[in-house]
Design a protein around this ligand. Structure first.
Ligand code: BYC
Length: 339
């Protein structure tokens, strides 16, 4: 369903190349080596020299991405105990567990840049670090679970497949596995909604209502318009970001409209229309004020999501303590045996 080719629009890549990445007082020979690697599409690995700004940009993006995965467990996790059948419950459990795993791969990738997990989590729990805006919307009915799979995971795949080719090796490799799992997530969501659309009129109304509520936040999830995206130029120059926010959003709209037709739902946008000249669907304006309010902590569920996350972390303290105590004992036993 999302076998998008990794075609990188040439003009934007060239625009990225014009960006200067040379910081004052930088090590010019090592910077030149780094630039050559980036230009020839080779991977940068943790032991390689890299400019501080490259390290900072990666840390920012990978840690935010990791936070999104673990906060993303919360809205759907709320429905595990209310799934309508054993089959749906097993699928949802597996999906939510996968998201936790994605968070762990990503924290590990971020740690290779020299920042500890505790400090990343402290930044999340204090409200300093960002995570995806999309997880600050409520999951009101079972149809929200299917809609998150179809639209949110669908958008995530669109955004994340290009990151499999990110210039930073550990991030790119983590993304390959994550994308395979996201694909299953998207499919289960679509299948869930298709089943409901074949059911009663109340079920169909529930699906339409969920799609009405999620459509616009999902479009905003791709990030601000390219003209208001301060991190894009360097991200593109360094091969961290391969396709721009607006281009990914457009790809997503183009891929999703035919799927909505198969489902039999209406996407809530009176301006959504095929444009022959552009070869794309036109769509209506996104409410960027709402997006920034949510990003800045004032969405419908920001406080609730963060409180749930902080509580989960505190509740898990005994598990971390027990694991550390076990590791200490094991190490002491091994040293005794070796002596
Ligand atoms: N929400 O210059 P820009 C998932 C921030 S997990 C909040 O365009 P960039 C899933 C942005 O961080 C989904 N903030 O930034 C999980 C920046 O602020 P800072 C997460 C956002 O980095 C479980 C400022 O706005 N996916 O799908 O070039 C279940 C300006 O933006 C958002 C990833 O994290 C947002 N939506 O591009 C189901 C993918 N958008 O940092 C599903 C990896 C923008 O300067 N990340 N901001 O303070 C990326 O691809 C890029 O970081 C973004 C933003 C496209 C998100």
């Amino acid at each position: 369903m999302y076998t998008q080719a990794l075609d990188i629009p040439e003009p934007r890549q060239q625009a990225g190349e014009a960006v200067s990445t040379i910081a004052e007082g930088c090590d010019l020979p090592r910077q030149a080596q780094f630039d050559t690697k980036i230009d020839s599409d080779r991977k940068i690995e943790p032991q390689d020299w890299m400019p501080d700004a490259y390290r900072r940009t990666l840390l920012r993006q990978i840690s935010q991405h990791a936070h999104s995965e673990i906060v993303g467990m919360v809205p759907e996790g709320n429905w595990i105990s209310r799934a309508p059948s054993l089959k749906r419950k097993a699928i949802l459990l597996a999906k939510v567990q996968d998201e936790g795993g994605h968070g762990l791969y990503l924290y590990s990738a971020a740690e290779t840049l020299g920042t500890g997990r505790d400090s990343m989590l402290a930044a999340l729990h204090s409200g300093k670090a960002k995570y995806s805006s999309i997880f600050n919307y409520p999951t009101l009915t079972w149809a929200d679970v299917g809609t998150i799979g179809w639209l949110v995971d669908g958008a995530a795949i669109m955004n994340q497949v290009p990151i499999c080719r990110c210039s930073y090796g550990p991030y790119a490799r983590a993304m390959i596995r994550i994308c395979k799992e996201e694909s299953f997530h998207q499919r289960q969501g679509f299948d869930n909604l298709l089943t409901m659309m074949k059911g009663t009129s109340a079920q169909r109304e529930m699906v339409q209502d969920a799609v009405n509520r999620w459509w616009w936040p999902v479009l905003a999830m791709f990030g601000p318009p390219d003209t208001d995206s301060p991190n894009s130029a360097l991200g593109m120059r360094w091969g961290i970001k391969r396709i721009s926010n607006d281009d990914l959003r457009q790809k997503f709209v183009d891929a999703t409209v035919p799927q909505a037709k198969i489902l039999g739902v209406t996407l809530p946008d009176a301006e959504l229309k095929w444009n022959d000249a552009r070869g794309h669907y036109d769509y209506g304006p996104i409410d960027w004020d709402e997006f920034w309010a949510v990003v800045n902590g004032n969405g419908p569920c920001n406080r609730e999501r963060l409180a749930t996350r902080v509580k989960a972390h505190a509740d898990g303290q005994w598990v971390r303590d027990a694991a550390l105590a076990h590791a200490d004992r094991k190490r002491a036993r091994e040293m005794k045996e070796a002596a």
